[in-house]
Write a new protein. Structure first.
Length: 309
């Protein structure tokens, strides 16, 4: 895949990263939390979880662990005190834009839920058909790859992302679906892992965001060096300045004139000020000015001899 890189360029320059699933984390969870911005936020001073956002009834919990390998942990329960029905975790390399695929679906499910029946689509049983969870991927050309017996793997056309589904008999809390992107490695592979009872439509919503064509915005220094040859970087164009209006022009001219009058910097400015001071009438010649005080002639020093003519 082609890329546009230059280490001599500003490392803080914003670039569009494509494919998005190789963009890595930008160090904040803003994109993932944006769909639930109106939900209660709990900032925690102690413990590994730094920010916990919950649904108003606390059945959905979205935790952000700013310093851990598992950066995100998202759960849903039947009520505020019940153990999680399902859990989704995202590691520290996963772009927050992918997490937003899940949180957007959760916010929609919660808004549509009946507050009196204690249920909600976010607690639905998963589909018995594994393909329902990954249909957004197969719809855009991801294909099945070689996998162990009892598992299914779907691979992206660039072979740099995929999903592994474990269909073997397992417990309700076992991790059965893993979305991944990037080559193996602690700082290069993004992973999103879902337990067995995660509703299929929530996994599909996450997969759809992962397979989307929209790039991610990052600063150049946030791109892992080991991934540079696998992504395309397009510099974000700076905003085009608007043309100044006539009022802007007049204001600028006045401001510069005032500045020159207060702080003359050039020889021309100084000559103009000197000329103005010579032509301005002195205070003693202005009508109504007080008469100048009379001064006596200086005394002649008697010790200095006078010269005769």
């Amino acid at each position: 895949m082609s890329s546009q890189h230059s280490h001599a360029q500003d490392p803080h320059q914003q670039v569009l990263v494509s494919p998005m699933y190789l963009a890595g984390s930008n160090g904040t969870g803003d994109a993932g939390f944006a769909p639930v911005a109106q939900w209660p936020h709990h900032y925690l001073d102690e413990g590994p979880c730094q920010l916990l956002v919950t649904s108003p009834d606390q059945r959905i919990r979205i935790g952000w662990f700013g310093d851990d390998f598992e950066l995100w942990k998202i759960t849903a329960s039947e009520d505020a005190v019940s153990p999680p029905r399902w859990t989704a975790t995202f590691n520290h390399v996963t772009p927050a834009e992918i997490v937003a695929g899940l949180t957007t679906a959760l916010a929609r499910d919660y808004a549509e839920a009946d507050p009196y029946d204690g249920n909600g689509r976010f607690l639905a049983n998963p589909s018995p058909h594994w393909a329902d969870s990954v249909q957004p991927l197969t719809d855009v050309g991801w294909t099945r790859g070689a996998a162990e017996h009892g598992t299914v793997e779907i691979i992206a056309p660039d072979e740099q992302a995929g999903v592994l589904i474990d269909n073997r008999l397992s417990g309700w809390d076992d991790e059965t679906v893993t979305l991944w992107a990037g080559p193996p490695g602690w700082g290069t592979r993004a992973e999103a892992v879902f337990t067995a009872r995660t509703p299929s439509h929530l996994i599909a919503a996450t997969a759809a965001e992962m397979a989307g064509a929209a790039p991610a915005i990052r600063e150049r220094h946030q791109i892992n060096r080991e991934l540079e040859d696998l992504v395309t970087l397009t510099p974000v164009a700076p905003p085009v300045p608007r043309a100044p209006t006539p009022l802007d022009v007049r204001r600028t001219a006045v401001a510069r004139a005032v500045e020159r009058a207060r702080f003359p910097r050039t020889a021309t400015d100084l000559r103009v000020m000197a000329a103005r001071s010579r032509t301005a009438p002195s205070a003693r010649n202005r009508p109504g000015s007080p008469a100048p005080a009379l001064r006596s002639k200086p005394l002649v020093n008697p010790s200095v001899p006078r010269r005769s003519r």
